[in-house]
Design a protein around this ligand. Structure first.
Ligand code: ATP
Length: 353
């Protein structure tokens, strides 16, 4: 149900055969990555226009968030770079979290797959991580009771746990995955994680053809780095999801490869899997652009522009596994622009036949 509803927005902003997509470049390497996506889309004749909004960490006023939310609601879809969260006043919420909450982007989906051309400790990893994206520790409810004593509220609700669990099982069914594993710490957080786990177990009963099990977050972290092949689909509350998606992205090549998808009932936002700003590599022509280019291909698949998505994925495959045009994060010596130029020419070659 959730999987279907997220495709409603496919048709939200389509004018004269072209799609309008909101672009939020963000901070750090975000703006560079967006310019590469535009170059590649142009090379492939992709029928997408971008409405660009500069929502970055320099804008503290609420109007900018409002503008971005309105634009995404109108277009239904966005491509997003990460926005740096500075040490502002205590009440300043992360722009990234704010957007996810306002658009109710309840599901974060990250597919981590090994690439044969990348030298990693483990080969043939294929794990989908489905993370609750709007509650838990990210409810942004913290306060200081008396000096030296703070409370941070972790909100877990049955309705949102049900929503994400159903999403995970529907995903497993649609993509023929065999097993869903719920991750928790219900032995310590008996009420909150207990509710998440019990809700997942109840929903699992509606999907008897899909195996269901559960694992405690600490054991899961250990198993993920030592024996990742035992996992298929991981179903995660918010903070554990943040940590495990980064571990899983690291296992298959780091922050420069894997994309992340955020779905609400009516909107979808595409970004990199690890949500880094990459401030330290910005402007140096060394960042790996593939995570954002993969995110742009996710976006095209969502818009049902499958032909264009496949063309871009073919080029990414050649970069990683055939020509091995690897940037320094993958142990290579190529620049960002070497990768982009190869993809641009390859996309042109594929589409001009
Ligand atoms: P700092 O650690 O000072 O915050 P940063 O802003 O670059 O630096 P993150 O954005 O959290 O940190 O990124 C984590 C690490 O991943 C950094 O070492 C960064 O250089 C690296 N990184 C992030 N994105 C990419 C990318 N696309 N290509 C290569 N390295 C990347």
């Amino acid at each position: 149900r959730n999987l279907q509803s997220t495709t409603i927005s496919n048709y939200k902003a389509k004018y004269g055969g072209r799609f309008m997509v909101t672009m939020l470049p963000g901070d750090g390497i975000g703006p560079e990555m967006m310019s590469y996506v535009k170059t590649i889309f142009k090379a492939g004749g992709v029928p997408v226009d971008f409405e660009e909004l500069n929502l970055d960490s320099t804008h503290e006023d609420i109007e900018h968030i409002e503008e971005a939310v309105i634009a995404i609601r109108r277009n239904g879809v966005a491509l997003k770079g990460n926005i740096e969260t500075r040490e502002h006043s205590r009440n300043f919420r992360s722009r990234n979290v704010e957007l996810r909450l306002r658009l109710n982007l309840f599901a974060n989906v990250i597919h981590c797959r090994s690439q044969p051309g990348i030298n990693t400790r483990h080969k043939n990893i294929d794990i989908v991580l489905i993370r609750q994206n709007t509650e838990g520790e990210y409810s942004c409810l913290e306060h200081e009771n008396v000096k030296g004593v703070v409370e941070s509220l972790k909100i877990i609700t049955q309705s949102k746990s049900e929503q994400i669990a159903r999403y995970a099982f529907e995903y497993a069914r649609k993509y023929n995955r065999k097993k869903v594993t719920a991750v928790h710490k219900a032995n310590i957080m008996k009420l909150s994680d207990g509710l998440f786990l019990n809700t997942c177990s109840e929903i699992a009963k509606e999907y008897p053809e899909i195996m269901f099990d559960n694992i405690i977050i600490d054991n899961c972290s250990m198993q993920l780095v030592s024996n990742p092949h035992k996992f298929d689909v991981l179903l995660l509350p918010n903070l554990y999801g943040n940590i495990l998606t980064n571990i899983a992205c690291g296992l298959v090549g780091g922050p420069g490869i894997t994309s992340g998808r955020n779905y609400g009932i009516e909107h979808a936002v595409f970004e990199t899997g690890t949500r880094n700003t990459g401030k330290s590599v910005a402007g140096k022509n060394v960042a790996n652009p593939l995570a954002m280019i993969n995110a742009s291909a996710d976006l095209l698949e969502f818009l049902r522009l499958d032909y264009h998505a496949t063309v871009i994925r073919n080029s990414i495959h050649k970069v990683l596994n055939i020509e091995k045009i690897h940037t320094p994060d993958l142990g290579g010596t190529y620049n960002t622009t070497d990768v982009v130029e190869f993809i641009m020419k390859d996309v042109q070659a594929q589409t001009s036949i």
